[in-house]
Design a protein around this ligand. Structure first.
Ligand code: NCD
Length: 298
């Protein structure tokens, strides 16, 4: 694996190989075999988990990190192109982790970088490292990836974590329930791709009647930074807000995942239920990103 840009067309063996490697790292702290290597984190958009778990992963593997977490303090503020910024970062570092609001930006970066580029989110398009940690967490919590009943909930139009995750489902054939507020449904192209892969799905606006069937609820935030309409967040999420009452008819194995940050789509009272698994999920990001760094850098 040279670059990690997208989950589209990622072979099943590559996915499972990375999950197994992450599993080893979770069980036994990995050796510091990236000593002398430098990761550049180029974050043109806000991030807490993705950037800091990459930095932690790199440091725990013995490597070092340079980078920026806002474009304001870089020459892009002076008008430098993304390509030129990346060309320069590739001169300093051994790999580049990039997050940028433009769809396709990571692929553009890879075109000019002679070092591996890791896509940490390009607009509404893709977030492949999140998908790998999501799959890791689904497998850890259910003991398998195949044939699960999965609800994808929230802003399915703009959510890159959902788009990325869906591209891997052709390998695992879940039954999918898509729950979104009006106007924020999964784009038609993605629905067509699900059909083409023979994945069973249905679209809904509420969650309650579906809860008893589910193994996984993958909940997401409304991506308000990606559109101009003024939104009343609490009103929009009301039909599917996850509360202890909503979860009463759930199967014991149901686990709730969320890439985080959450706003008010999950009641904090859910945190202490056995169904809540989003904090374990974010911790798994560390092991999965160690596996990714070990793969692209050795
Ligand atoms: C996600 C992202 O940036 O797409 N966050 C993350 O990386 N954990 C989800 C989000 O911001 O809603």
């Amino acid at each position: 694996m040279r670059h990690l840009l997208s989950t589209r067309d990622m072979p099943k063996e590559t996915i499972l190989g990375l999950l197994d490697r992450a599993d080893q790292h979770k069980k036994t702290p990995p050796k510091p075999n990236l000593q002398g290597k430098i990761l550049a984190t180029c974050f043109f958009e806000p991030s807490t988990r993705t950037r800091l778990s990459f930095e932690t992963a790199m440091k725990r593997l013995g490597g070092d990190v340079i980078g920026f977490h806002a474009a304001d303090h870089t020459s892009s503020k002076k008008g430098e192109s993304l390509q030129d910024t990346i060309r320069i970062m590739a001169q300093y570092a051994d790999a580049i982790a990039i997050r940028h609001p433009l769809e396709g930006s990571a692929a553009l970066a890879a075109e000019v970088s002679d070092k591996p580029v890791i896509n940490c989110g390009d607009g509404s398009n893709q977030h492949p490292t999140q998908t790998l940690l999501d799959l890791y967490t689904i497998r850890e919590s259910q003991g398998r990836l195949e044939g699960l009943q999965i609800a994808l909930v929230g802003d399915l139009k703009h959510g890159r974590t959902v788009h990325s995750l869906l591209h891997t489902f052709n390998h695992f054939k879940p039954r999918i329930y898509l729950i979104a507020p009006p106007g924020l449904e999964l784009p038609k192209q993605q629905l067509d791709e699900l059909k083409a892969h023979g994945i069973m799905f249905s679209c809904h606006q509420t969650l309650d009647s579906i809860v008893p069937k589910l193994d996984i609820i993958y909940c997401t935030r409304i991506q308000h930074e990606r559109f101009n309409d003024k939104i009343e967040h609490a009103e929009l999420v009301k039909p599917y807000r996850i509360t202890p009452e909503l979860l009463e008819p759930a199967k014991p194995n149901l686990r709730i995942l969320h890439p985080l940050p959450r706003l008010n789509e999950i009641d904090p009272a859910v945190d202490k239920l056995p169904h809540a698994y989003y904090f374990e999920q974010s911790q798994n990001g560390l092991y999965v990103r160690q596996a990714i760094l070990n793969t692209v850098l050795t």
